[in-house]
Design a binder for this molecule. Structure first.
Ligand code: KIV
Length: 290
């Protein structure tokens, strides 16, 4: 007899499903870093994909403002609002809690929500924390240092984001590799050191030459670096979920690998990503780095 009570709309397990791994916390991320275990991070924007990522063993789920491009169809991340981020952080949090509740959830602070003052940043970061985020991510270096310190002092863990910062794509003149000149590399490294000093607990390095990101990673014992297009020698890796599943009708960036090509399910592709990051087989500097 068929089960007429089963939902046709996806199958999240009951909220009481037992966790099969320990929850990822800030101390746990630091322990992983200290013993050289790479951190696997993926973006997710809704409950089901977040639940699958959690079940696949992804350490950190970034509710990135890349959702503006992959979910909302915007031309860049600049148009994403705080309310949209809150909605997606809430959805991801519900999904993660339904499965194992183990992944560390990072909410991206969208453009214009932290630029005026540390107080403005705190007010808006609180919205994402109350929506379920464990940490917020803030793009930029130098002028963001005081804001990062202000949030950290008030109990909000912060992930920095340097290199290509998509919210300032217009000022940067496009999606270009950053830190290629000696001066550019020095500025990037100094900003990274300042962010660590201000208490940032993670640092995304996006589209940075592999040698420079390896050097910055060595210089930051207390702030694991998470690379995207930044070579193999970072403390962890992040990819936009749609890219690593090959759901991309445009030109695939050089630093992306389509993990769906050899997998028979989304969960399988995410598990392959986690394994490749942990074993250090993704990224391959010969294929994915500058
Ligand atoms: O918004 C995002 O998804 C990001 C990642 C590309 C790091 O910032």
């Amino acid at each position: 007899m068929s089960d007429n009570t089963a939902s046709p709309y996806g199958t999240l397990p009951p909220a009481s499903a037992p966790a099969t791994r320990k929850p990822v916390s800030l101390p746990r991320l630091m322990e992983m870093h200290a013993r050289g275990e790479k951190i696997a991070m993926l973006t997710a924007y809704d409950a089901t994909f977040a639940a699958v990522a959690d079940a696949a063993g992804v350490d950190c789920i970034l509710v990135g403002d890349s959702l503006g491009m992959v979910c909302q169809g915007l031309p860049s991340t600049v148009g994403v609002s705080l309310d949209t981020m809150r909605y997606h952080v809430e959805s991801v949090t519900r999904g993660v809690r339904r499965v194992q509740g183990t992944a560390w959830i990072i909410g991206d602070m969208p453009y214009g929500t932290f630029h005026e003052s540390p107080e403005q940043a705190f007010r808006n970061a609180s919205v994402l924390m109350q929506a379920g985020a464990h940490m917020v991510k803030i793009e930029g270096g130098g002028w963001t240092t005081n804001t990062v310190r202000f949030l950290v002092e008030r109990g909000i863990p912060v992930c920095g984001h340097l290199g290509l910062t998509p919210q300032t794509v217009h000022a940067l003149g496009g999606y270009r590799v950053q830190g290629k000149t000696p001066d550019g590399a020095d500025i990037l490294k100094n900003h990274a050191l300042e962010l660590q000093q201000a208490g940032a607990s993670l640092l995304v390095l996006e589209m940075v030459p592999a040698q420079l990101s390896a050097h910055i990673t060595q210089a930051l014992p207390h702030c694991p670096t998470i690379g995207i297009g930044a070579g193999a020698d970072t403390a962890g890796q992040v990819l936009v979920m749609h890219d690593m599943l090959g759901v991309n009708l445009g030109k695939m960036p050089k630093f992306v690998h389509n993990f769906m090509a050899q997998a028979d399910s989304v969960r399988g592709a995410m598990e392959a990503f986690v394994t490749a990051v942990k074993q250090g087989t993704f990224p391959d500097n010969a294929l994915h780095a500058w």
